[in-house]
Write a protein that binds this ligand. Structure first.
Ligand SMILES: Nc1ncnc2c1ncn2[C@@H]1O[C@H](COP(=O)(O)OP(=O)(O)OP(=O)(O)O)[C@@H](O)[C@H]1O
Length: 519
């Protein structure tokens, strides 16, 4: 008979919970290692690409371990998406946010303080964690030995160098200082942290770098084909660009028909795509222009729409692809496209997006990686396309510099001005990375993304990666004749000469390219 000590120390069967509770067949590469470290009570930092399945890395341990897991989430939509999904599979989950009625809030707190909470995961905002009353409640749960861990989702929000800086995140260092004997374990998760942001996350959460378990996946997604389209013309009406996008879509349609035959292809569900634009007006205008093509169903999405309309579009978008025939008996359109501002984002989980287009250069590099990462979440081939031109680049630089000047002149308390200026500098740095990414014609774009995110530094810090990415690193996937990304970017597919030629065509007599060494 196994002795009781070794029996109680044995880690629970993770696969059992994965299958029975979460109804998933197997772990994705690295997921099991991360979950095991969390279950064993370590502090964990996970930087994994969009759609990796980061949420499971604290949800599954929360179901296994005794006690309550607090999940800090920056956005209501993201929170509700996870809460609804967990409720649907019967996990005891609650949330306290601005929409929680008082009576429900009392019930949740009663359960939390009961000494044996039924709730496994409690989703809250960072702002709630700043309040004295919530902190006191956490201390009680901790004293009762019922606080399993704190999971901090979108942990990059802690840093002024991050693209989604949220001041309340900076107060989260309170946990490690005040929930002691034993210390409460922390799991910090993000898809987009540069080396500076990573350092901030570790320092501000008061994590001990020598004891912290680090994990990461490559920042560039191997199933995404990255491409930059250099615009020679940039007319006010964008006619040339619309025609270019339509050509791109027609080529996809043609390839699909060649593969399946026109009749079969016409019966398939639409191909989903997102086009990110900078302005609400452009989202309306472009959606209506694209809809004039009978193979496209395009809809605008931006913060100016009524909340019900936004919810309606989101739920249509996240529903599984429609069956082969629409309700009116007509075959579905070939493309279903959302033309959105960046209001369309986190927490909208549609696995079937096949392409993400940036109509103008994205404003931040982290934002770009996150937005382009909404393509191919099912692991199948997908594409990221950025339209780039020098006039737009310079307009963005001008606007950023003007904003910086205005903020400096606005004045205010010294520490607030310093913080705003730091954040503004971070924005400028991030946009310079976008420029570098777009203007480079001498490197694989996958490699460039990994470099700009400091993936190699993570490796030096002892971060564990999925075995496949270690094997592929620096060796062009280890296959003779293949490229670092296996031809999944314009540089590797077209080669330096052809790509350089495309880029040179964009140059007007007055325009100049930013030298790669400069940005
Ligand atoms: N082992 C698994 N097997 C199958 N599906 C999984 C597995 N793990 C997670 N998923 C699914 O993958 C999808 C993405 O997961 P999740 O939302 O946690 O990603 P994420 O890493 O947080 O991405 P993002 O940063 O884009 O939000 C979800 O639909 C989730 O159910």
């Amino acid at each position: 008979m196994a002795d009781r000590g070794s029996f109680t120390r044995r880690r629970p069967d993770l696969e059992f919970y994965l299958n029975r509770v979460f109804r998933k067949k197997s772990f994705r590469p690295l997921q099991r290692e991360v979950i095991a470290a969390v279950v064993d009570g370590h502090d964990v930092f996970l930087q994994a690409s969009t759609s990796f399945g980061k949420s499971l890395c604290f949800q599954l341990p929360a179901v296994i371990n005794n006690g309550l897991t607090i999940v800090i989430c920056p956005l209501l939509a993201l929170m509700m998406d996870q809460v609804n999904a967990l409720q649907a599979i019967g996990v005891a989950v609650s949330t306290i946010n601005s929409n929680t009625p008082l009576a429900e809030r009392r019930l949740i707190l009663d359960d939390m303080l009961s000494g044996h909470p039924r709730t496994r995961l409690l989703y809250v905002t960072p702002e709630l964690c700043q309040t004295d009353s919530f902190r006191r409640n956490l201390q009680v749960v901790h004293r009762q030995g019922q606080l399993a861990r704190i999971a901090i989702d979108e942990a990059h929000c802690i840093s002024e160098w991050g693209h989604d800086f949220r001041p309340a995140y900076q107060e989260l260092g309170w946990f490690k200082k005040n929930l002691v004997d034993p210390e409460v374990p922390i799991t910090a998760l993000t898809a987009t942290a540069t080396p500076r942001v990573r350092t901030d996350i570790i320092n501000m959460l008061n994590l001990n770098p020598t004891q912290l378990k680090l994990f990461n996946t490559p920042s560039a997604r191997p199933n995404i084909h990255y491409e930059v389209r250099y615009l020679e013309e940039c007319g006010e009406d964008g006619d040339y660009q619309v025609e270019n996008l339509l050509k791109y879509l027609r080529a996809i349609k043609k390839r699909r028909e060649a593969r399946l035959g026109a009749e079969e292809a016409a019966r398939l569900p639409p191909i989903s795509g997102i086009v990110y634009v900078g302005l609400r007006a452009i989202s309306e205008h472009l959606a209506s222009l694209l809809s004039q093509d009978k193979s496209i169903s395009a809809v605008a999405y931006h913060a100016g729409l009524a909340p019900q309309e936004r919810t309606r579009i989101q739920s249509l978008w996240t529903a599984p692809p429609p069956s082969k025939q629409t309700s009116n008996g007509k075959p579905p359109p070939t493309f279903s496209i959302i033309v959105a501002t960046n209001a369309f984002g986190m927490g909208i989980d549609n696995s079937y997006v096949r392409f993400v287009v940036h109509w103008t250069p994205p404003r931040s590099f982290e934002g770009f990686v996150q937005e382009s990462g909404r393509a191919g979440r099912d692991g199948r081939a997908a594409a990221s396309l950025v339209y780039y031109n020098l006039q737009e680049r310079d307009r963005i630089f001008d606007r950023m510099n003007r904003d910086t000047e205005n903020m400096r002149n606005r004045g205010g308390p010294k520490h607030l001005v310093a913080s705003t200026m730091k954040n503004q500098e971070a924005r400028l740095d991030s946009f310079k990375k976008v420029v570098r990414y777009c203007e480079s014609v001498t490197r694989c774009r996958h490699d460039l993304i990994k470099d700009l995110f400091g993936d190699f530094e993570l490796e030096e810090m002892g971060s564990q990666q999925p075995p496949s990415s270690q094997a592929a690193r620096g060796s062009g996937l280890g296959m003779p004749g293949s490229t670092p990304c296996d031809y999944a970017c314009d540089f590797c597919k077209e080669g330096r000469v052809a790509l350089g030629k495309r880029k040179r065509k964009m140059l007007s007599s007055t325009a100049y390219m930013i030298d790669e060494g400069y940005v």
